[in-house]
Design a protein around this ligand. Structure first.
Ligand SMILES: Nc1ncnc2c1ncn2[C@@H]1O[C@H](COP(=O)(O)OP(=O)(O)O)[C@@H](O)[C@H]1O
Ligand SMILES: [Mg+2]
Length: 243
């Protein structure tokens, strides 16, 4: 009963500006796949295509949910969450004037998740004890690291099978980046998630990735079948490893 994502030849953009030029990528059941690329190369656009926030002008996006193949193109973001595909957006996108608890509750609007709200709230508070301590605090008054915890926890409240994480390391101090990356791995293992993560922080991302892609100007420049293949890539050496 697998949960996977297949993106095939996707073209997408904003108005007349094309951003993705024939992107193909897969995330197999239980994998953690990283999409590496510096700013403006289309990582978020691809994640938004998968989650129904941007409609591709061409190509196919399918998900396999509990072994059933489902076409995601044309589905609304709500329908896609309903299928069990959750996103942790770039920049957290919390409701700053709502409490931590209220933000988390908003993550549980899909029917299946609503029924499990107590169980999932308990789980995310076990995972992020800080959030339980701060449950009544306004999300906007939390530190960057805590806000990222809320964003991940909110995604988990929808009880997903597939988790899309858009640059979890952005704006966090190095120690917090390490903790957040380790947390994503821990959650993936506990919940048997299939994970696609967009990242610029190569060294952190490969700690938990099984394999990955490099996206440049809206095209997949390189597909690394494991982290060693990524580490040996010239582009990675040049831009991320300073070799
Ligand atoms: N809402 C938008 N409207 C117009 N252009 C956008 C929008 N969002 C992103 N872009 C453009 O699309 C390109 C890719 O952006 P994005 O997908 O956010 O890249 P990344 O996540 O890799 O930084 C950039 O040139 C960016 O300026
Ligand atoms: Mg982005």
């Amino acid at each position: 009963m697998g949960n996977s994502i297949t993106v095939k030849d996707v073209e997408a953009g904003y108005g007349s500006v094309r951003v993705l030029h024939g992107v193909s990528l897969t995330v197999n059941d239980g994998e953690t796949v990283v999409m590496l690329g510096s700013n403006g190369n289309g990582k978020s656009t691809l994640i938004k295509c998968i989650t129904g926030l941007v409609e591709p002008s061409a190509g196919e996006i399918t998900a396999e949910i509990n072994g059933e193949s489902i076409n995601l193109i044309g589905k609304t973001p709500e329908e896609i969450v309903d299928l069990g595909i959750a996103m942790v957006p770039e920049g957290r996108r919390l409701f700053p004037a709502l409490t931590v608890e209220e933000n988390l509750t908003l993550g549980a609007y899909r029917p299946e998740a609503r029924a499990k709200i107590d169980e999932n709230m308990k789980f995310v508070f076990e995972t992020f004890p800080r959030l339980e301590e701060r449950r009544k605090q306004l999300a906007g008054s939390m530190s960057g690291g805590e806000q990222q915890m809320v964003a991940v926890a909110r995604a988990l409240m929808s009880d997903p099978k597939i988790l899309l994480v858009d640059e979890p390391s952005v704006g966090l101090a190095p120690i917090l980046v390490s903790q957040m990356i380790a947390k994503i791995k821990e959650l993936k293992d506990i919940k048997n998630l299939t994970v696609l993560m967009a990242e610029q922080n190569f060294n952190q991302a490969i700690k938990i990735a099984d394999r990955g892609y490099i996206i440049v100007h809206g095209q997949i420049e390189f597909e690394g079948e494991d982290t060693a293949a990524l580490e040996n890539n010239d582009m990675i050496k040049q831009y991320y490893l300073g070799v």
